[in-house]
Design a protein around this ligand. Structure first.
Ligand SMILES: NC(=O)c1ccc[n+]([C@@H]2O[C@H](COP(=O)([O-])OP(=O)(O)OC[C@H]3O[C@@H](n4cnc5c(N)ncnc54)[C@H](O)[C@@H]3O)[C@@H](O)[C@H]2O)c1
Length: 318
């Protein structure tokens, strides 16, 4: 893969993680943020983070050490400065429709200003479909959604969602770039609300919600269903291959279990409403497990575990 010049627009949680990921592949990274103090603090944050990962043996890339990777990441003085000569732009600004429209206007303008007609552009948006906000820009045929899962440094899935205007070679190139960094991009052939991950996640959340609010399971037990039942296999197998292995192939699985799956699914009924009452009850039980004032500590615990898991999967070649 040729070395890219990557501009990261928005140096928040996700922008920083993307920056570290691109640097791990030896790409030059230029960070930009509209808040000068955020931008000023970012290189030191990334420096400390990469060195801490190196000390724990969790640094991505075997060719470059943390110091070499840090040298590849610089802060740009303006959006135009960031995108000047960039071959790829990853937009990471807040999830707000009006802001996204404005920032894409600014990126379009900045690219015109510096005469950059080749950069491809990926948006990190978690919820906004590409056709909703890029129809009016010259960059629409070079742009797609590249939705990461937080933190992209440790979670490999990226959902690529091209719009009807995205040129096919843009999707092919971005997919290859991300794959070269060890990521696992998937391409959606049609844009859908929630993309793929959240559609699956919401199906799980809906049924878990129903089991708890109908008084069938406690919150603690409902979470055990996932973490001690489904998740151990799902760490390395998808639901379809899981089914394939649970019988003599997928056709046999459908023959054996198709009807019962259909019957149980019919029994589930409609989408449960997340009303204030049911929300309060679930929150009450969750506060016993993890009170709000312990959330930062628990998030660090989660991120540590994700890092360990990523390292373990790497070792197993998964
Ligand atoms: N946090 C997550 O779990 C997660 C996961 C996947 C995708 N995303 C998506 O990534 C995007 C960024 O999310 P985040 O959590 O990093 O947000 P964040 O609030 O941590 O960071 C956003 C950054 O953008 C900067 N910004 C705002 N306006 C700007 C502008 N006009 N130009 C340049 N910088 C600007 C802000 O100062 C801030 O530093 C969102 O679209 C979000 O949906 C987030």
């Amino acid at each position: 893969m040729e070395k890219e010049i990557v501009a990261i627009v928005g140096s928040g949680l996700v922008g920083k993680s993307w920056a570290m990921l691109f640097a791990s592949g030896g790409h030059e990274v230029r960070l930009f943020d509209s808040i000068p103090e955020v931008l000023a603090g970012t290189p030191k944050f990334i420096h400390d983070k990469l060195h801490a990962l190196e000390a724990k043996g969790q640094l991505k890339a075997h060719k470059l050490n943390a110091t070499e990777q840090c040298k590849l990441i610089t802060a740009a003085t303006s959006l135009a400065d960031a995108v000047n000569g960039a071959t790829y732009i990853q937009e990471c600004t807040p999830e707000n429709f009006e802001w996204k429209v404005k920032i894409f206007e600014s990126i379009d303008k900045a690219l015109n200003e510096v005469g950059n007609t080749r950069a491809y552009i990926g948006s990190s948006t978690s919820t906004i479909m590409p056709s909703k906000f890029i129809a009016n820009y010259g960059i629409k045929d070079r742009m797609l959604i590249a939705h990461p899962i937080n933190p992209p440094y440790f979670v490999k899935l990226v959902e690529l969602v091209p719009s009807e205007w995205t040129k096919p070679d843009v999707t092919t190139h971005v997919r290859a770039l991300l794959t070269s960094l060890g990521m696992k991009p998937i391409v959606m052939n049609k844009e859908l609300p929630g993309f793929a991950l959240n559609r699956v996640q919401y199906a799980i959340l809906n049924e878990t919600w129903r089991l708890v609010t109908d008084g069938i399971l406690s919150v603690e037990d409902a979470d055990i269903v996932m973490k001690e039942g489904l998740a151990p296999r799902y760490v390395f197998l998808g639901p379809l291959e899981t089914a394939h292995l649970n019988a003599d192939g997928f056709k046999d699985y459908c023959k054996r279990y198709g009807q019962v799956i259909n019957d149980v699914s019919q029994d589930m009924g409609g989408i449960p409403l997340m009303t204030e009452d049911s929300c309060q009850e679930i929150d009450r039980q969750l506060q016993d497990m993890v009170p709000n004032d312990k959330l930062p500590e628990r998030r660090n615990w989660r991120d540590e575990n994700l890092a360990e898991l990523a390292t373990f999967k790497e070792k197993l070649g998964l």
